[in-house]
Design a protein. Structure first.
Length: 271
């Protein structure tokens, strides 16, 4: 019993010392505040933080959160939607949608879409799409995708099958598994070995003006041809030039008899 009594007394003394120390620290802080040694602005900021926690002040939202572009609507695999979809955020289509789809964010399609689509970014992976695709940025048609419709974008990567015209003001990359039936307009075009394309490819958005290059060459060739023709026309025929020489000699008195004239004419013809 003496042991437990001594332990209890020691525990009470420790608690008492801790209480005295806490009281002493609080008195010290109060003394510093009264003396003005604690920065008033720091104390004010601390009070504002504590008040904000108390009332549950929320952190400021980003621009995407404010306008709703950070939100994503999901059409699940077992869901079928008949009608148009319009969202300020993004849309993921795993199910079936029959209607036009418009969204400001990203449009990801792995299901079936029958209708036109317009989005900030478009990505199709294993999807079937019947309708035109318009993307403000990239439009990626990955492997095992089938698209029946035109594609308009700033850049595109195609590894699936597309039946329609492709109009891209930036780069176009056609992978080896791609099958395309339609014309391709782009700034640059990369076709990997194995791709199948049935259509006309033109880099009409390229910075190089191919028409101007060939126009200059054609104009130079036309100028050379015209100069050659003019020079030839200015020269008399050889026979006419020889006769003119004989007549000039007769007029100068170099030939007096008909024999001299005949011999000179024959000599000029032989030349």
């Amino acid at each position: 019993m003496g042991f437990f009594k001594d332990f209890k007394e020691d525990l009470n003394e420790t608690a008492s010392d801790f209480s005295k120390k806490s009281s002493s620290d609080e008195e010290m802080v109060n003394t510093l505040r009264q003396s003005g040694k604690v920065d008033p602005e720091l104390a004010k900021l601390s009070a504002q933080i504590e008040m904000g926690k108390a009332v549950g002040v929320e952190e400021p939202k980003s621009e995407d959160e404010k306008d709703g572009t950070a939100e994503t609507a999901v059409i699940t695999k077992g869901l079928t939607v008949s009608g148009n979809l319009d969202s300020t955020g993004s849309i993921d289509i795993y199910g079936t949608v029959t209607g036009d789809v418009t969204c400001a964010g990203a449009l990801n399609i792995t299901g079936i879409l029958t209708g036109n689509s317009k989005a900030g970014n478009v990505k199709a992976d294993g999807a079937r799409i019947e309708g035109n695709i318009v993307s403000e940025k990239a439009a990626d048609i990955l492997k095992d995708c089938v698209v029946i419709g035109d594609i308009t974008a700033s850049s595109t990567f195609i590894a699936g099958a597309v039946k329609g015209n492709i109009d891209v003001k930036g780069p176009v990359v056609i992978d080896s598994t791609a099958v395309i039936i339609g014309d391709i307009k782009s700034q640059t075009l990369q076709i990997n070995s194995g791709a199948t394309i049935d259509g006309r490819c033109t880099q009409c958005y390229s910075e190089i003006n191919t028409a101007q290059i060939f126009e200059k060459k054609e104009e130079a060739a036309d100028d050379n041809l015209q100069e050659a023709v003019a020079e030839k026309e200015s020269q008399p025929e050889p026979e006419q030039r020889n006769i003119d020489d004989v007549l000039d000699n007769i007029a100068a008195g170099k030939m007096s008899s008909s024999a001299d004239i005949k011999d000179e004419y024959v000599n000029t013809l032989e030349k």
